[in-house]
Design a protein around this ligand. Structure first.
Ligand SMILES: [Zn+2]
Length: 365
């Protein structure tokens, strides 16, 4: 769903391609409604006020003009409008950032040693599985709330600006929904303790925020469901990109090399056995059982029509699960989040989501 800017532009072709989900054309609107893909089947929410997630209070996501936290840069009509449109996504991300499950993944990304196995063509580098302890998890929790971490982070909703010169092109070339990388232009000025990391979001998010109006988004079950999907997608992308911050802070110095050159080390896999070397995808697989794919059939890449979850098979094909709205609503329910993340229960039973096969070679379902 998103990319990091570690890969130099000439190497972009080597990055695994992502399936785009053309749901409406593939399934048709009636079928999507029948399976609860566009609107929840089990229960209805009448109002955004029904959502009881606590306010976004994680310092990494907070925004106070003039503060020392991560600078948020958004085109007109500005940051506050953006935050209003993505309030639900920010609240979800804020909740998840304090869960052991998310923090464990970040702890592995931040603390795990790089292990090399095999030689020649079979050589592979992966991050070791760290033995999680409450102390380690707390250290990560405190670290991402620390001034040191926050001051090196800069969010941009524009896709690019003067600090993010390479990002706009990467988003355009890849079609990804966000990119993370250094915002230093001159790599010779690299300084391990002070370099800043930027997360640039695809301009479609800002375009959605610019058009957003709470009354319009809230007027029908269909519009509310769409708004929830888009906010969920934003939260997933945000947490995905934070994985790359750890990668970016660490990997550049694996062999005293700047982040733009992984050529000697090769790619670093998050997991010894899984195929993808994309740390953010690894994160999504862990948390959601697959990773989310941008939409294709609309004028924006956000999940307007429905949300696809991709599971990669060993032969390079994908199983595509279509996420029903009922499941999405659990993610915005404090009761269900607590059961899942604090009490260790499974999600409630849900209507079987639809499953399709996608062939990247053929580029179609
Ligand atoms: Zn990524």
């Amino acid at each position: 769903m998103a990319s990091h800017v570690n890969t130099p532009p000439h190497k972009q072709g080597a990055t695994r391609g992502r399936a785009l989900c053309d749901l409406e054309n593939t399934l048709g609107k009636d079928k999507m409604a029948e399976f609860g893909i566009t609107e929840p089947l089990n229960w209805r929410f009448r109002d955004f006020n029904d959502i009881d997630l606590p306010p976004c209070n994680h310092p990494l996501l907070a925004y106070t003009p003039g503060s020392t936290g991560p600078f948020w840069h958004a085109p007109a009509p500005g940051v506050m409008k953006f935050r209003q449109a993505f309030d639900l996504g920010l609240r979800l991300a804020s909740y998840l950032l304090d869960t052991d499950e998310v923090l464990s993944f970040y702890t592995k990304a931040s603390e795990g040693n790089f292990i090399t196995t095999g030689t020649g063509a079979n050589r592979r580098v992966h991050v070791e599985d760290v033995n999680m302890t409450p102390q380690l998890i707390k250290r990560t929790k405190d670290y991402i709330k620390s001034r040191l971490f926050m001051q090196r982070l800069h969010f941009s909703m524009e896709g690019h600006n003067e600090h993010f010169t390479r990002f706009g092109q990467v988003l355009k070339d890849t079609g990804n929904l966000a990119a993370t990388g250094s915002i230093k232009k001159n790599l010779e000025m690299w300084e391990a303790t002070t370099f800043k990391v930027g997360i640039a979001f695809h301009p479609d998010y800002a375009a959605y925020a610019a058009k957003y109006h709470p009354l319009i988004a809230g007027q029908s079950l269909a519009t509310r469901s769409e708004h929830l999907r888009i906010n969920f997608d934003f939260a997933v992308v945000l947490l995905h990109e934070i994985c790359h911050i750890f990668e970016y802070i660490r990997s550049p110095f694996a062999n005293n090399r700047p982040a733009d050159d992984f050529s000697d080390l090769g790619s670093i896999h998050m997991d010894q056995l899984k195929k993808s070397d994309e740390w953010g995808d690894g994160f999504e697989q862990t948390l959601f059982g697959g990773y989310h794919a941008p939409g294709k059939s609309t004028d924006i890449r956000l999940p307007k029509d429905g949300l696809c979850l991709l599971r990669e098979l060993t032969d390079g094909d994908f199983i595509v699960q279509i996420v029903p709205m009922d499941r999405l609503q659990y993610w915005f329910s404090l009761k269900h989040l607590k059961e899942r993340f604090e009490e260790g229960k499974e999600w409630p039973d849900e209507v079987d989501p639809m499953i399709m096969m996608y062939s990247p070679t053929l580029g179609r379902f």
